[in-house]
Design a protein around this ligand. Structure first.
Ligand code: ZN
Length: 275
């Protein structure tokens, strides 16, 4: 029995979408192909359908693949950028730690120094200049601090003296119109005064405090010396000589102080000032 031609065409045309998408069985394929060879009408419909359906599908698929590839590339770039950022953070943190520990070990070495000459020049934005120097030997010290006040054209000199053997200590304040002496006054020492930012790490807690206070630490030159440059969160800046751990310059708000040290240079006994 033979199917009516029209019926066969209808069946074949119904099967065509599945045939194009390769969902039909081998036997069905053979049957469809045989009919397409014999029937120009169905052949034409097949050609049209083939052009519309699969191409649309594959184009869409291609677009999707392209999009996915682009997205994957973007993801890979993002991954690389993130890794680079993490690496930079780790390296900068490690170098910050290295610098802190280096300053700490030098600061600890300085604690055993019991003989030095220290000089300070301090400039304040209001025109005041302070020049100080300390001779220090075995806990005896002689410090003179002279202040020049540009506004009033006045000056003041204070001498701090301490004899560790006799335990005698006094301050002498000299103004233009005379001088006065204070017995058992305070002991000021340029060497200790200049080391207010103390980077000494003995425990995890010390390290935590340092990291908490220090905003930035880097290498820099100051007064032709190779220095560590420290910036704290309270706005202070200090240059510490890399080789010795001694302060070179300190900037606190509108005050700039420069320091010079000469370690183990005080040969004579500290001489009591004449007044
Ligand atoms: Zn047909």
């Amino acid at each position: 029995m033979k199917m009516e031609n029209k019926t066969i065409c209808k069946v074949v045309q119904d099967l065509l979408p599945s045939y194009i998408e390769k969902l039909t069985s081998k036997e069905t394929n053979e049957y469809i192909e045989k009919h397409l060879n014999e029937c120009p009408d169905c052949q034409k419909i097949f050609e049209n359908m083939k052009e519309e359906l699969p191409q649309n599908n594959s184009e869409q698929a291609n677009e999707e693949i392209k999009y996915l590839k682009k997205f994957k590339n973007k993801l890979n770039i993002l991954k690389i950028v993130l890794l680079i950022i993490i690496a930079i953070i780790i390296v900068s943190f490690a170098s910050k730690l290295y610098m802190l520990f280096d300053i700490s070990s030098k600061t600890k070495e300085l604690d055993s120094v019991n003989n030095y000459y220290a000089k300070m020049h301090e400039y304040q934005s209001n025109g005041t200049t302070i020049i100080g120097e300390t001779y220090y030997k075995d806990d005896s010290s002689l410090t003179t601090i002279t202040s020049y006040f540009e506004n009033t054209n006045n000056s003041m000199k204070i001498t701090y003296y301490k004899n560790a053997q006799t335990n005698e200590k006094f301050n002498v304040i000299e103004l233009q119109n005379g001088q006065s002496k204070i017995e058992n006054g305070e002991v000021v020492d340029i060497g200790k005064y200049s080391r207010r930012i103390d980077v000494k790490i003995n425990s995890v807690n010390d390290l935590w405090n340092c990291l908490k206070d220090i905003k930035n630490i880097s290498l820099a030159k100051c007064n032709s010396k190779n220095c560590y440059f420290i910036e704290t969160y309270d706005g202070s800046q200090i240059y510490i000589e890399k080789e010795t751990g001694l302060p070179v310059r300190e900037i606190i708000r509108d005050t700039v102080a420069d320091y010079w040290y000469d370690l183990n240079s005080v040969e004579e006994q500290i001489i009591k000032p004449q007044i």
